[in-house]
Design a protein around this ligand. Structure first.
Ligand code: 13P
Length: 281
């Protein structure tokens, strides 16, 4: 069911101090499980696809599969492309029907990031598609993307304001100290930058690296202005752990649908846990 755009949903979240959950899904089962969690909690949800998932399925095929699920849902389900560094691929996903695109030009110098993000925005906006941009370097691994911890850099306020104003992106993902993947230590997070951005730019702030953050960290990030929170690794864990557990518990059972059900329920409960947290004040 389509009710609001990506930007309208994020603006609403920003104004009312909650966050929209954005979950990286990688097949039909994971997408269905995340949507079921959202339907039970009656909240809007973003299904994110990595560029690796897009390449695996093909743009038309993946959009058709997700769009069909989105249409049938009782809540607003938005289809978003996560961390796309390739302008042509971003355009191909827009042509295929994605609702929003994250153009990740964070590895470019500021000027070039602005220029490339602007090009994506110029293609997206006339088509009614929203764009998320990034500044700074978020450490960790996100499918095809890898940033070593020593290369991670937080965004700064001045560059962030300039980037958002000049590029025209609808939502902004600053590197604030969170990381993709599993945390090996306690992350040092710049909560103040999130709060300053909430006040000083109109674009809602996106928090990457949701897996493994403590509940009070989520709450503080959202209270300070995080309006979209990304969760990927936890969903992948749910899938792989679910496969392992089912096989361990049922070594001789030859019922793929029973295994799918088990994994699906596991992913649903992980998504549901995060959605409840993002809605909590
Ligand atoms: P995690 O893999 O840490 O949940 O991060 C997800 C993310 O930010 C996707 O862009």
């Amino acid at each position: 069911m389509k009710t609001k755009t990506f930007l309208q949903e994020l603006q609403l979240a920003k104004t009312n101090n909650y966050a929209v959950g954005a979950f990286n899904i990688f097949n039909y089962l994971s997408a269905q499980a995340v949507i079921r969690a959202a339907e039970k909690l009656e909240c809007s949800v973003i299904l994110q696809t990595s560029t690796a998932t897009v390449k695996k399925f093909g743009t038309q095929e993946l959009n058709a599969m997700l769009r069909q699920l989105a249409w049938g849902a009782s809540v607003n389900v938005m289809i978003h492309l996560d961390h796309c560094q390739d302008v042509e691929m971003a355009k191909a996903c827009m042509d295929a029907g994605w609702d929003s695109i994250m153009f990740d030009g964070s590895h470019f110098p500021l000027e070039e990031n602005i220029a490339k993000s602007k090009e994506v925005v110029a293609y997206a906006h006339p088509r009614g598609i929203c764009v998320e941009g990034e500044l700074g370097k978020i450490s960790g691994v996100e499918d095809e993307l890898q940033v070593e911890a020593h290369n991670a850099t937080n965004a700064n306020l001045e560059d962030s304001i300039r980037y958002v104003n000049e590029s025209g992106v609808d939502a902004f993902a600053p590197a604030v100290g969170t990381a993709h993947g599993v945390y090996t230590g306690v992350p040092v997070i710049n909560f103040d930058l999130v709060a300053q951005l909430k006040d000083q730019i109109s674009a809602p702030v996106v928090i990457h690296g949701g897996t493994g953050l403590e509940e009070d960290v989520f709450k503080r990030l959202i209270k300070n202005g995080g309006a979209k929170v990304n969760v990927s690794t936890a969903i992948k864990h749910g899938y792989i752990d679910g496969c392992k557990e089912f096989i361990q518990e049922n070594p001789t059972k030859l019922e793929p649908l029973a295994m799918d059900r088990y994994i699906s329920e596991k992913i649903e409960s992980i998504a549901s846990y995060h959605m409840r947290l993002f809605r909590a004040r």
